[in-house]
Design a protein around this ligand. Structure first.
Ligand code: NAP
Length: 257
């Protein structure tokens, strides 16, 4: 295969994958982000496209018009709309698709996790866990907590949130990585009673879970949206590079054979 690979990004994996794919001979990478962050981290070795495709139909047209030969969805594990569109759109355009999903964090001894299926369920469950909440679910999820008048929130996000949002809230604008020492001091300093987080996985933001364990704090863990059964998926950037390398080899052999 020689051609263009679309990497759906917005993640550290997406950027790392893009840099590695760009080293493969005959491969040109288009790295796509939603465009919600003012100063996004970007890979250097790719064409960058910014903004939504316009749903499944828009993505299908884009894949055809841009001559995309393979799609790798390296979006965040909770970017379920984009992943669903990638699955349907790549099928419609007859383009091979792979999803890269980093593993979630495992619950370990000493953790006090309470799993909830959604942000709304996390907000509904807060009543049993004290008043002061450390919210690390990103600014886009803050609306789910807007009606929680009895709680005070420390929201940590990369960009400032916009309404609707809780009446009693402090905002910390920060991007990982974070350390266990830093997270412990932050939670102690703000007298946090409970942590609310998505199970994003990865090393950049795992320290909050270790800190919560050390401090004996409960964690409301919002479950990941499941991948539709049968979706081709790998856990690492290296496996995704191997997938594309095999695809390149297979297509080149079929062209010359
Ligand atoms: P989402 O709900 O699945 O996507 C909403 C819409 O945003 C999609 O339908 C699509 O618009 C557009 N979009 C999303 N990812 C895109 C991409 N990589 N390139 C082009 N358009 C994209 O996603 P989300 O949860 O809002 O996340 C948005 C972006 O932030 C993703 O790229 C994700 O990797 C990154 N991110 C998300 C989280 C999280 O917790 N959800 C955390 C860290 C980073 P159209 O329908 O118009 O195509």
């Amino acid at each position: 295969m020689s051609g263009r690979v679309l990497v759906l990004g917005g993640t550290a994996e997406g950027r790392r994958l893009t840099e590695k794919l760009a080293e493969l001979p005959g491969v040109e990478v288009v790295y796509s982000i939603a465009g919600r962050v003012a100063a996004p981290a970007l890979p250097t070795a790719a064409q960058i496209r910014v903004g939504g495709f316009g749903g499944v139909d828009g993505l299908t047209s884009y894949l055809r018009d841009a001559g995309i030969a393979a799609v790798i969805d390296a979006t965040h594990p909770y970017a379920a709309l984009m992943t669903s569109a990638a699955i349907t759109g790549s099928k419609a355009a007859a383009v091979p698709l792979l999803v890269v999903r980093r593993p979630g964090w495992p619950e370990t001894d000493g953790d006090d996790w309470h799993r909830v299926p959604s942000l709304a369920a996390a907000a509904a469950a807060l009543g049993g866990f004290g008043e002061r909440v450390f919210l690390t679910t990103g600014r886009s999820g803050i609306a789910a907590f807007a009606g929680s008048d009895r709680h005070w929130f420390l929201l940590r996000s990369i960009e400032a949130p916009s309404p609707p949002m809780p009446a009693r809230m402090d905002v910390l604008l920060e991007r990982g990585p974070f350390t266990v020492e830093g997270e412990t001091a932050l939670m102690r300093g703000h007298r946090i009673d409970v942590v609310v987080t998505k199970n994003s996985g990865g090393l950049l933001t795992a320290a909050k879970l270790v800190a919560a364990r050390h401090l004996g704090l409960p964690v409301l863990m919002v479950d990941r949206p499941p991948l539709p059964p049968g979706t081709p998926a790998v856990a690492t950037v290296e496996d995704a590079v191997a997938w594309l390398t095999r695809l390149v080899g297979a297509t080149d052999r079929s062209c010359t054979g």
